[in-house]
Design a protein around this ligand. Structure first.
Ligand code: NAP
Length: 426
């Protein structure tokens, strides 16, 4: 039996065509062109080729791209300053600092300088946390999380070839932060039973032989032999190794394809997907910007968003308080003799007093921080309007104390809402 060869080039092309169409719609509907900024430090020839290929992909999809080249001996702070500049640049939705960085730099510190919403490599701890804590692949997709490109590409290959993941045993050989760990997290989100193996794993061959899905992210040419593979398993080879006989993977492809059910070649397999997934991530980052869900806080889940809002008791206290206030206002204006009060002003005061509470309730039900803020601000504006109209109401002297008390209460509610808006904007 010979394995089905998973053609990464074909799937990659499909992804690019899909992203190109989606980006055209984004441009038409929101006037936004996805943009990607590259920072290339030093003269590593492989890195230069990678960045050039990624920039070419941007061009083919109609994305904006910009490449900042920096000398090998540049300071880490200068790289971080450049990242900060791109963080602020509205044309840029994704920032990619090409790795590896020169030895005198701490890669983690540079990665952490990238704003999580622009971290299209998904290397920032915030994004790692987001996809790692997601309960399912569906949740990851629904929240449009940024995913590390190569592992993301593998999930798409499995999907496109109809390879069942849920309930299957997956073994990932390699535990690097770029390769093995994120791959394991994504397989887990798809309900695989995942084992991560590494250089200290005992009986590696038998661990691998147990796998329905075997992923090799090792960096050792032809390391995974035929007898490591369970007959019929899906074998995904991430390794890229330069040898005298050309580019080869971590799996002994010619022999392995006789026993595997599916297998990715090198080149033309997993590696072919990486740039397409980078394009997809950049499109996603631009889409989230268009939808107004593109800040570090705005991509928190709804429970976290709620925790950013005022304390639960304050929320309900204020809901009750505005409701009580609204009733008092209605009671007050009902008691003002019709020939004294101006009917238009009465209508305004009743409308605005009712809107304070209604908008505040909607704010508490909003699922995004942006919606919450918008509703809370409207609520504050209505409190201000209420105060304004109350001051204009003419009433008999016997009702003036009640009117002044209502003006005071409107002022108080306005101040509380102002504090909530300020706290939630931070
Ligand atoms: P890495 O950081 O060097 O990690 C290699 C992993 O393999 C480590 O976890 C290591 O275990 C494990 N390993 C090494 N020797 C082993 C052995 N004899 N038995 C079992 N495990 C062993 O490399 P990486 O960045 O993950 O990359 C791995 C390969 O994937 C490279 O060839 C790289 O070029 C390729 N890659 C390709 C793409 C792409 O296609 N776009 C993306 C990323 C990586 P320990 O942790 O115990 O040392």
């Amino acid at each position: 039996m010979s394995a089905t060869i998973i053609d990464g080039k074909v799937v990659s092309q499909e992804i690019r065509e899909e992203v190109k169409k989606l980006a055209a719609v984004l441009k038409e509907e929101h006037g936004i062109t996805p943009g990607l900024a590259f920072i290339l430090v030093g003269n590593n020839p492989a890195s230069e080729v990678y960045v050039r290929n990624k920039a070419k992909a941007c061009e083919a999809l109609g994305f904006y791209s910009i490449t900042e080249k920096m000398p090998e001996d540049v300071s880490q702070q200068s790289v971080i300053d450049k990242v900060a500049e791109f963080n602020e640049d509205g044309r840029v939705h994704g920032i990619l600092v090409q790795m590896p960085l020169p030895k005198h730099m701490n890669e983690y510190e540079v990665i952490e300088a990238v704003h999580p919403s622009k971290d299209v490599d998904a290397l920032h701890p915030f994004n790692i946390g987001m996809y790692s804590q997601a309960k399912s692949w569906d949740e990851i997709m629904k929240k449009r999380l940024l995913l590390p490109c190569t592992p993301y590409g593998m999930m798409i290959l499995l999907e496109k070839y109809g390879i069942e993941v849920s309930g299957k045993k997956a073994v990932v050989v390699g535990r690097s932060n770029l390769g093995g760990k994120p791959t394991a997290a994504l397989l887990l989100s798809k309900n695989a039973t995942v084992t991560i193996a590494h250089s200290r794993t005992e009986n590696l061959r038998s661990v691998c032989r147990d796998a329905d899905i075997l992923v090799a992210v090792i960096g050792k040419a032809n390391f995974i032999k035929k007898d490591f593979i369970k007959p019929g398993a899906a074998v995904l080879d991430v390794g890229i190794n330069r040898t005298d006989s050309g580019l080869v993977g971590d799996v002994d492809f010619e022999a392995a394809k006789e026993v595997a059910g599916w297998i990715t070649p090198v080149p033309g397999g997993v590696g072919a997907m990486t740039i397409s997934m980078l394009m997809k991530n950049t499109y996603m980052a631009a889409l989230r910007k268009a939808e107004g869900t593109n800040s570090k806080h705005e991509i928190l889940n709804s429970k976290q968003i709620r925790n950013l809002k005022p304390h639960k008791e304050t929320r309900f206290d204020l809901e009750e308080r505005t409701e009580r206030f609204s009733k008092r206002v209605i009671h007050f204006v009902d008691a003002v003799p019709k020939d004294i009060a101006d009917n238009e002003i009465v209508k305004q005061v009743v409308r605005s007093a009712g809107s304070i509470g209604a908008n505040y309730i909607e704010a508490n039900e909003a699922l995004s921080r942006k919606d919450f803020l918008m509703r809370a601000k409207i609520s504050r504006k209505e409190a201000k309007e209420t105060r304004y109209w109350l001051r204009l109401i003419k009433c008999p002297p016997s009702q003036e104390d009640e009117r002044d008390a209502l003006v005071e209460e409107a002022t108080e509610i306005m101040k509380i809402l102002g504090a909530i808006v300020t706290k939630s904007s931070q």
